[in-house]
Design a protein around this ligand. Structure first.
Ligand SMILES: [Zn+2]
Length: 380
């Protein structure tokens, strides 16, 4: 294994430089500005060298746990497949974002929740995973079983992020029920199916339990020192509540007014990379590109497509955005790391973890990860 990496496009927080990066004990030991590779260096030539990505929101694990509706897959096998997709997308730290939610597409998330966490715990202990897997619990506040599901995991050292949310149809993300229905019909759902889906997404909820559940999660986040985000904020009132609850970020704000209010309060805005790359939100809400143009975009997460994160970050450095490369890369590395209290990674700087991605730009513009190191070890 080579301990030295050379690139003409090393993306540091202060600019893009040509140089040799020396790794030792899993960390970046030195960076030397140079036009040529040091002998023994792994030569990235004109490929970019960027910090490993930190993805704070992905439900990609669920997709592998139940690859088709009703078809459950082995939990360790699912963890391995999910991990492979993350690392090959340049994501060296991933927050497996598990919904404490009812059923979706036939997956009973309540039942699936514990086996998925256990599988990642086991695979981590056995050293089977190439990305570092942390935990983001998505706390659906209308779930009557919410607290009993969260409590057993509060001492899990991998738990670094909590978010509070309410996906009751007709609220927040699906505030415009007509539009929601229109989207579902367009996607091939018929009228009867729509009504039974609405029933499936509503029946198990307990609206009365929601305020108390939310306040308990807020208190637990404080007690355990876990970063807290709000989710799908739509109105000024939503953001005011999030801010007074101690949320440090607004995840996927669904309206411009919510994203603006979050910034006024010094909260960061997290948007989904698929929304950014596609050019619009699939549910017809706030566009991540619009957020970027207005200076309201701080963090990009992969949401449901691991490779979309890298693409979104590089698009930010191109027209019409033209963000400086360090600022664009910060949205997928330094900013999400700091939000969750991970001060040891996310930037190419001496002393930071040697989590690094060599990125080749394909002719059609796609950034392609070519080599990946985690804590100094080549893992892909
Ligand atoms: Zn949502």
């Amino acid at each position: 294994m080579k301990e030295i990496l050379f690139s003409r496009k090393l993306v540091t927080p202060n600019g893009v430089i040509s140089g040799n990066l020396f790794m030792a004990d899993g960390l970046i030991a030195a960076i030397e500005v140079s036009d040529s590779p040091s002998s023994q260096a792994h030569d990235c030539t004109d490929d970019f060298l960027i910090p490993g990505l930190v993805d704070i929101h992905t439900d990609n694990l669920e997709k592998h746990y139940q690859p088709r509706p009703g078809a459950h897959w082995d939990a360790i096998g699912a963890a391995l497949a999910h991990d492979a997709q993350c690392i090959l997308a340049g994501v060296t730290t991933v927050f497996d974002s598990l919904s404490l939610h009812g059923s979706k597409d036939g997956l009973n998330r309540q039942e699936a929740f514990a086996p998925m966490i256990e599988a990642i715990d086991h695979a981590t202990e056995e050293g089977l995973l190439r990305s570092e897997h942390l935990l983001h619990l998505r706390c659906e506040v209308t779930n009557p079983l919410l607290l009993s599901l969260v409590e057993p995991h509060l001492d899990n050292p991998r738990l670094k992020l909590l978010s509070v949310m309410d996906h009751t149809p007709g609220q927040r993300q699906t505030a415009k029920l007509d539009r929601f229905k229109e989207n579902m019909i367009r996607a091939g759902t018929n009228d009867d199916d729509f009504h039974s889906m609405l029933e499936e997404r509503t029946a198990w909820r307990n609206q009365e339990a929601a305020p108390k559940n939310r306040q308990t999660i807020v208190a637990l986040a404080k007690e355990y020192g876990i970063a807290l985000m709000s989710h799908d904020d739509e109105s000024v009132e939503h953001v005011e509540e999030s801010h007074s609850d101690g949320c440090i970020a607004s995840e996927f704000p669904v309206s411009l007014i919510a994203a603006q209010k979050a910034h006024e309060y010094g909260m960061l805005n997290v948007m989904g990379a698929p929304n950014f790359v596609r050019g619009s939100s699939h549910s017809g809400n706030l566009s991540a590109r619009e957020c970027a143009e207005l200076g309201l975009l701080d963090i990009i997460s992969s949401d449901y497509i691991p490779l979309s994160m890298l693409r979104a970050a590089f698009m930010l450095s191109e027209a019409p955005f033209n963000w400086p490369m360090p600022k664009a890369i910060a949205t997928v590395a330094g900013n999400p790391a700091r939000l969750c209290g991970l001060i040891d990674r996310g930037e190419i700087m001496v002393g930071q973890r040697a989590d690094l991605v060599q990125v080749h730009i394909a002719k059609n513009g796609w950034p392609v990860p070519r080599a990946i190191w985690r804590q100094g070890l080549r893992v892909a």
